[in-house]
Design a protein around this ligand. Structure first.
Ligand code: PXG
Length: 457
């Protein structure tokens, strides 16, 4: 059905309760942007404006829009078997093939997958699985999961509890019991606080050792796992110092707690490796995955499980009482298979590592010259700008949110999607982005920073 933009906006305002949105403001303004189609790295709104999507939808359309191979495979699967479950001793070819393919691309010690419909369900699965793991080993007292401030692990009760966002905890009485948080390894913030450049390597070690201190405080016999994103995504593309992850690995090994690496954003090529764990050389026990797994074409996620953990889960003759109607949905699994095979045949991982990542890093760095930018950082196909009121002292704006939201609006109006996170502007473009498109992205970003600076002057 074709309607005008205004009609869609009115209907949307009347009936649609949006995620992470100010519902009152949306209802009153009735100005939602209507996105109607997409191709490659571009989305088109209902007035046919062409917009470079530097957020890959929501960190997920890694292989870009309009990939016939993925569309065809999902379509064919719809005809063959649109649905069947994997409960009660049944399975189907797409789920089986996908587990084998995931085992091929995941770190060598991870050869099992549990399927979900997305990242939040994957993290709920993590909490239940690690507690079940320790109970199976006769250590049910090990139930606490340590996470980090400013982490994002989803919106379900366990996902939001693992997340370290206080404004989310404030709604609904979270976190659930036995989830605690330590500081994030946010080097730029420490630098701002100190007012001078600090030794980032030393800071990385200090931030990691907060985990050791927390385990000491709680008692090792009560701690089940530590969970973290390799690079915090929704928290603002927080790239840890190189010293951070090896120290975290040492602590988890020595203290006998499971290491859960949330790969929902970093997985499937974002860092120039299949997984962020591979980039940092860490060995997870569990790995929640989603988003780039199907390039967002259909909802699918899961938890990759290390062999040593899976062996314990199979040790007792008991059921792991957990699962979802759509665990391993055949059409979603078919889309994920097609997506991963496309990544392999296009050599996209190597391209991000050798071409796209280095080129983006070089171009993005030019934005560090802008008067509003305190730091420009990238890793692979992830980038962030720290927005400051004063470049020398790194002083922030009093209302940073208002400044970055304004910048985001200028971006949309000028054909670019960048995300605003408190005092940062961030990007995670499709991995297939070309050098010419990166030039366009950076040129538009500069222009929108300029428009923002003028508007607040
Ligand atoms: N883990 C991580 C690291 C994520 O980034 C989830 C889990 C949850 O996945 P699902 O599929 O349940 O949404 C995420 C999701 C944002 C934004 O504003 C980021 C996410 C979701 C919604 C908004 O940057 N990440």
């Amino acid at each position: 059905m074709t309607r005008t933009t205004e009609q869609w906006q009115q209907l949307d305002a009347s009936h649609h309760l949006h995620p992470f949105s100010n519902l009152k403001e949306m209802r009153e303004s009735a100005k939602t942007r209507v996105i109607k189609k997409a191709e490659g790295v571009y989305i088109y709104d209902s007035d046919n404006n062409k917009i470079l999507d530097a957020m890959s939808g929501l960190w997920c359309v890694n292989m870009g829009y309009g990939e016939e191979h993925i569309i065809e495979r999902a379509h064919a699967q719809m005809h063959e078997l649109p649905y069947y479950n994997s409960f009660f001793g049944t399975t189907h070819p797409p789920a089986v093939e996908l587990t084998a393919l995931l085992a091929e691309v995941a770190p060598a010690h991870m050869n099992q997958a549990f399927f979900t419909s997305g990242g939040s369900e994957a993290n709920d699965t993590v909490v239940r699985m690690v507690r079940h793991y320790w109970a199976t080993l006769g250590q049910a007292g090990k139930s606490i999961v340590i996470s980090r401030e400013n982490a994002y692990h989803g919106s379900t009760m366990a996902g939001a509890s693992l997340g370290g966002m206080s404004f989310m905890h404030a709604q609904g009485g979270l976190p659930i019991p036995d989830i605690v948080h330590i500081d994030q390894p946010y080097a730029f913030n420490e630098c701002v606080k100190a007012g001078t450049e600090i030794d980032r390597a030393a800071f990385g070690l200090k931030a990691a050792r907060a985990l050791e201190e927390k385990i000491d405080e709680l008692g090792e016999e009560r701690v089940a796992a530590f969970i973290a994103e390799p690079i915090q995504g929704a928290g603002g593309v927080i790239i840890p110092p190189e010293t951070y992850w090896p120290e975290i690995q040492r602590i988890c090994n020595e203290r006998n707690i499971l290491l859960v690496v949330d790969e929902v954003i970093c997985g499937f090529g974002r860092t120039g490796e299949w997984f962020g764990s591979a980039y940092y050389g860490i060995k997870p026990d569990l790995m929640p995955i989603a988003k780039g797994m199907s390039s967002g074409y259909l909802p699918i996620g899961g938890v990759m499980v290390a062999d040593r953990v899976a062996e314990v889960l199979m040790q007792e003759d008991v059921e792991f009482a957990h699962g979802f109607t759509y665990s391993g949905h055949p059409v979603c699994a078919a889309a994920a298979i097609a997506n991963i095979q496309l990544m392999q045949s296009k050599g996209i991982i190597e391209r991000v590592r050798n071409v796209t990542g280095p080129y983006l890093a070089k171009k993005w760095q030019t934005l560090a010259e802008h008067p509003l930018v305190g730091e420009a950082r990238t890793l692979g196909a992830l980038g962030a700008l720290e927005i400051v009121a004063d470049k020398q002292s790194y002083k922030r704006f009093e209302d940073s949110d208002a400044v970055t939201t304004l910048c985001r609006t200028f971006c949309f109006e000028n054909g670019l999607v960048m995300r605003a996170v408190t005092d940062k502007m961030i990007i995670a473009p499709p991995l297939i982005i070309s050098e010419v498109e990166i030039d366009e992205l950076v040129e538009k970003a500069w222009r929108c920073l300029d428009l923002t600076a003028k508007a607040i002057a």
